[in-house]
Design a protein around this ligand. Structure first.
Ligand code: FBP
Length: 320
């Protein structure tokens, strides 16, 4: 019988933190995302599509699956004693637990269901997570607002034709596929590398007229070199393709969203850590994403990520 490696088994050898505690913490994420996966697979049969009827802190119409995914992650993670606080895209304020420094060591920030505007049309969506170590000084709020360089783990789950979990703890990028027959995420690829150069660019060109100088000519240059366009409109799906095939994904600032649309803590930072660990790069257009000092939990940022060749060309084009 072929030996299989689960996420918890893989963590044992891949983290400098207390692996047992961390493995138990990660099992909260794998359990919740399996619950979300099951709900998504049956969405058309169980009245799970559509709006929930409330707005989240971003001013977005919450989808029923947004609310389900958020609650599943909170329910599973609050039972992990090592969790000191949870920050979700769906909630204005963090959920804080009264746990001592010795016990409550980690902070988890997450986007429970990214790309949720695509759910009803059966397009890939995802869950994104990032783990920070609680600082031994200052308040819990200060521990939540740490730069991306201080992440101890980052990952996402993509709910697509198959369900994959991709994560890093700073020792390479590894991918697991959900094996429905045993209900476990099984290791399917280790030490993934983003190709140095790709053939795709991915951006919503509808706002091209209000991009800052250099962006439009950069994209025109890629088109001139024969790059093809790919844009799903689900960040996790567009990022996963970029990780596997190379190229570049951009969500530039524009007139409506001068600070960008995507959120720093639970969208840009975790994907930037994975990209860099896989040999790629991630920029805000003025600097490295991971070096941004967060000011508030739902802060947005312009987000450009991709292969080394395309990203170095991008930085030259916009003078970053
Ligand atoms: P949420 O669904 O988590 O709010 O994510 C935002 C998002 O849907 C990303 O997944 C995607 O990359 C982007 O917004 C698409 O934005 P736009 O429709 O402006 O191109």
């Amino acid at each position: 019988m072929a030996k299989i490696t689960t996420v918890q088994g893989h963590i044992q050898g891949n983290i400098s933190e207390a692996s047992g505690t961390f493995g138990w913490l990660m099992s909260g994420i794998t359990l919740a995302t399996k619950m979300i996966e099951a709900k998504i697979r049956h969405a058309g049969l169980s009245d799970t599509y559509g709006a929930y009827g409330a707005e989240n802190v971003q001013g977005e119409q919450q989808q029923k699956l947004d609310v389900f995914a958020n609650q599943a992650l909170i329910d599973c993670l609050e039972r992990r004693d090592s969790v000191a606080a949870l920050v979700s895209e769906e909630d204005e304020r963090p959920v804080m637990f009264d746990r001592s420094l010795d016990t409550g060591k980690y902070i988890i920030v997450f986007d429970p269901l990214d790309g949720s505007s695509n759910i009803d049309v059966n397009v890939n969506v995802g869950t994104i997570f990032s783990v920070h170590k609680r600082m031994t000084w200052g308040s819990l709020e200060e521990s939540v607002l740490q730069p991306g360089t201080r992440q101890v783990c980052a990952g996402y789950v993509l709910y697509g034709p198959s369900t994959v979990l991709v994560y890093t703890t700073g020792q390479g990028v590894h991918s697991f596929t959900l094996d429905q027959t045993i209900g476990a995420f099984v290791l399917s690829q280790e030490h993934m590398k983003m190709p140095e150069k790709g053939n795709y660019y991915s951006v919503n060109e509808s706002s091209v007229a209000s991009w800052p100088p250099g962006y439009e000519s950069y994209i025109a240059g890629l088109r001139h070199q024969g790059y093809s366009a790919r844009y799903i409109g689900s960040l996790v799906a567009d990022f996963h393709r970029t990780l596997l095939k190379g190229g570049v994904f951009l969500y530039p600032p524009n007139k409506q969203k001068a600070g960008g649309k995507l959120r720093l803590l639970y969208e840009a930072n975790p994907l930037a850590m994975i990209a860099e660990q896989a040999g790629g790069m991630a920029s805000s257009g003025t600097g490295r994403i991971l070096e941004i000092q967060p000011r508030e939990i739902h802060q947005r940022t312009p987000f450009m990520v991709g292969s080394k060749v395309e990203m170095e060309a991008f930085e030259r084009a916009v003078g970053a």
